[in-house]
Design a protein around this ligand. Structure first.
Ligand SMILES: NC(=O)c1ccc[n+]([C@@H]2O[C@H](COP(=O)([O-])OP(=O)(O)OC[C@H]3O[C@@H](n4cnc5c(N)ncnc54)[C@H](O)[C@@H]3O)[C@@H](O)[C@H]2O)c1
Length: 333
């Protein structure tokens, strides 16, 4: 019988709140320590979530918290350093996306995982969305035949706070674009080789605000991804077009449209609607996977190399937009 896992949370902001709420619904683990560089926030958070101990930084939490594993939800500029410290303390680490600001930082994390032997999972939660995991399952079964084209779009309103500050790792690409890049890499399962991009920068804040790019994969698939923080409502869709049909999943409306000449039940375009809430079940499945990887002592399903590959594409998008030409993606491994 495995005893209850003692968890620590670093970063008591918006996403820290979501992770703590979800953790409270999972048996076999307990949040026993939280840390935030703003001690007042950490104290209030500990009171609200009935967490035993709070600390003013992650160093103190690692030294005194007596935790088995950590969850990290700090702004992008701090993700890499906090993660490395947790790995070097030997803690299995769940780090929010995008895990680092760029591929140079991501490589430091790859090395820290190799050096420490500790596990790291990256929080690409949308892989656990019911419609996206079914889409991946169907793709793996080949129900749309050979895939030629992927179209993925994300739209939101104006971001806030540090997400509008470039030095802090802000901008739509690192905040939301990375989700789409991760899902497309995961679904296509081939190496991204080249990127051609256009970026519009916000006139006041100077961060990327609307971004559109094409990824060319080694297996010749073309994926077209577009993002904006100028949308009037939240938009999030992924569409895959193949020789035997197509599929489209929309997050907020929680459906998967399937059309396949290979399966009689989908010979006509069919909409599969998911009745669950579109947010919390996804995070719950994500954290269950992290906890299972700790208990079973195995690599989590989204690992540090997945995180690196996303950031290699991010770097290529920004470089391509600056150079006004297509950019090859240099692969680490
Ligand atoms: N998976 C998702 O759907 C999702 C959704 C929202 C945010 N996120 C990710 O979560 C992370 C945090 O975003 P957020 O919206 O919660 O930000 P936030 O600003 O709401 O919260 C960040 C918190 O971290 C604290 N902090 C800053 N530096 C720290 C450090 N070195 N050590 C400890 N605490 C520190 C801040 O004081 C703040 O309380 C980001 O990586 C973001 O991309 C993921």
């Amino acid at each position: 019988m495995v005893r209850e896992l003692s968890m620590g949370l670093i970063g008591c902001g918006n996403q820290g709140r979501t992770l703590s709420t979800v953790l409270g619904r999972i048996d076999g683990c307990k949040l026993i320590a939280v840390a935030d560089v703003n001690e007042t926030i950490a104290k209030r958070f500990a009171e609200e979530f009935k967490v035993k101990n709070y600390y003013r930084d992650h160093y103190e939490l690692l030294e005194k918290g007596n935790v088995d594993a950590v969850l990290i939800a700090v702004p992008h500029f701090a993700l890499k350093n906090v993660s490395i410290d947790c790995l070097e303390a030997g803690k299995p680490t769940f780090v929010e996306k995008p895990m680092a600001k760029n591929s140079i930082e991501a490589k430091e994390l790859v090395e820290a995982v190799e050096r420490s032997g500790a596990k790291l999972m990256v929080g690409y939660c949308q892989r656990f969305l019911a419609s996206r995991s079914l889409m991946k399952n169907f793709l793996d079964k080949g129900i749309v035949g050979e895939v030629y084209l992927v179209l993925a779009v994300k739209g939101t309103g104006l971001l806030r706070g540090w997400l509008l500050e470039e030095p802090k790792g802000g901008g739509i690409l690192r905040y939301l674009g990375v989700h789409l890049i991760d899902q497309v890499l995961w679904m296509i399962g081939s190496r991204a080789e080249e990127v051609l991009a256009e970026v519009n920068v916000h006139p006041t804040f100077g961060v990327d605000e609307t971004v559109s790019f094409i990824i060319r994969f080694k297996n010749s698939v073309l994926a077209s991804l577009s993002l904006t923080m100028r949308a009037s409502k939240s938009i999030d869709s992924v569409e895959v077009i193949g020789s035997e049909g197509h599929m489209k999943s929309e997050w907020r409306d929680n459906y998967l449209l399937v059309h396949s000449s290979k399966m009689i039940e989908y010979a006509n375009p069919t909409t599969i609607r998911f009745m669950e809430d579109s947010t919390y079940p996804m995070f719950e499945r994500e954290l269950r996977e992290f906890i299972a990887s700790v208990i079973e002592d195995r690599t989590p399903s989204i690992n540090v190399l997945d995180g690196l590959r996303v950031l290699e594409v991010v770097d290529a998008v920004l470089e391509s937009a600056q150079l006004k030409r297509a950019v090859k993606i240099p692969h680490y491994s």
